[in-house]
Design a protein around this ligand. Structure first.
Ligand SMILES: C[S@@+](CC[C@H](N)C(=O)[O-])C[C@H]1O[C@@H](n2cnc3c(N)ncnc32)[C@H](O)[C@@H]1O
Length: 265
């Protein structure tokens, strides 16, 4: 068994042993979120359309030249790789379950502005966009070939409110934040390492407000991501965090008592 698989299994068991169901949640805000958003199993046609598009990508054997800025095994600034669209979709896109959760979160909080860090093929962007057709959305991607594929997916599903910014996050994030000074909803899903995650979070925090909702993907991906998640939960500006294992939710509302929840999802 590989070390990373062992790590994933042990961190999942540790999450399970700490997690609560709704019955252990005493915050009315979090209880409502659990019962009305996390547990809402209602199907809708927009999510169905996105999942069908995702399944089509799983059969797409076209090879594209990708640029990877996030390869921790390489000493180079970036690595180019030739990958099938199907491989990219399978390895990097949000799962249906968590994509639908993103949809329900956006539908519940009704953000007017959304920032996504990490577009890839745009599957998660589609869930965000379909839940808030009037919202302004900026999504960020370093690899031009993936951004092109995402653009085609947006067109295919008649999503035209999304602006894609191409470039390394450390170069493009300050520029994007200038263009979007008031952010209501953020999905951070790229460059899953301790230092960049904290740096992006802190930059975004300066453009957030009390009601901003921040979602971070892969919070248990590695020791570095778990450390970043723990550090985020201790920040002064952060009141409530919710660990759902795959994703973590962060709230800044001052009306909430400071608490880090671990909820079985
Ligand atoms: C996990 S994927 C995003 C998946 C997408 N949110 C979805 O669920 O459909 C992360 C993306 O971030 C991009 N990325 C990672 N590190 C980056 C960096 N430092 N600068 C720019 N892009 C980066 C990768 O190219 C990759 O496409």
């Amino acid at each position: 068994m590989s070390r990373s698989l062992l790590y994933a299994i042990s961190s999942y068991f540790s999450y399970l042993s700490k997690s609560n169901t709704k019955h252990g949640v005493h915050s009315p805000f979090v209880y409502e979120l659990v019962t009305k958003v996390f547990e809402n199993k209602q199907k809708n046609s927009a999510c169905g359309q996105i999942h069908s598009r995702y399944k089509e990508l799983l059969y797409n054997k076209r090879v594209v030249e990708t640029t990877d800025f996030d390869d921790s095994t390489s000493k180079k600034k970036y690595v180019t790789k030739f990958l099938k669209v199907s491989e990219i979709a399978r390895n990097s896109s949000v799962t249906q379950r968590y994509g639908e959760l993103l949809y329900r979160l956006v539908d519940w909080f009704k953000p007017e502005t959304i920032l996504e860090v990490g577009t890839c093929l745009g599957i998660s962007t589609l869930y965000l966009a379909k839940a808030a057709p009037a919202a302004r959305i900026i999504t960020m991607e370093g690899c031009a070939a993936k951004a092109e594929l995402a653009r085609a997916n947006f067109e295919k599903l008649d999503v035209n409110q999304v602006e894609i910014t191409i470039g390394r996050f450390n170069n493009t994030l300050p520029l994007v934040l200038e263009k979007m000074p008031h952010i209501d909803f953020v999905f951070i899903d790229g460059h899953h390492q301790f230092k960049p995650t904290i740096e992006y979070f802190e930059q975004i925090l300066k453009h957030s407000h009390e009601e901003t909702v921040l979602v971070i993907d892969d919070i248990h991906w590695s020791k570095g991501m778990e450390k970043a998640w723990a550090q985020i939960g201790h920040k002064n500006e952060v009141t409530v965090t919710i660990d759902l294992f795959r994703m973590g939710l962060v709230f800044l509302r001052k009306s909430l008592s400071k608490q880090n929840f671990v909820i079985k999802y």
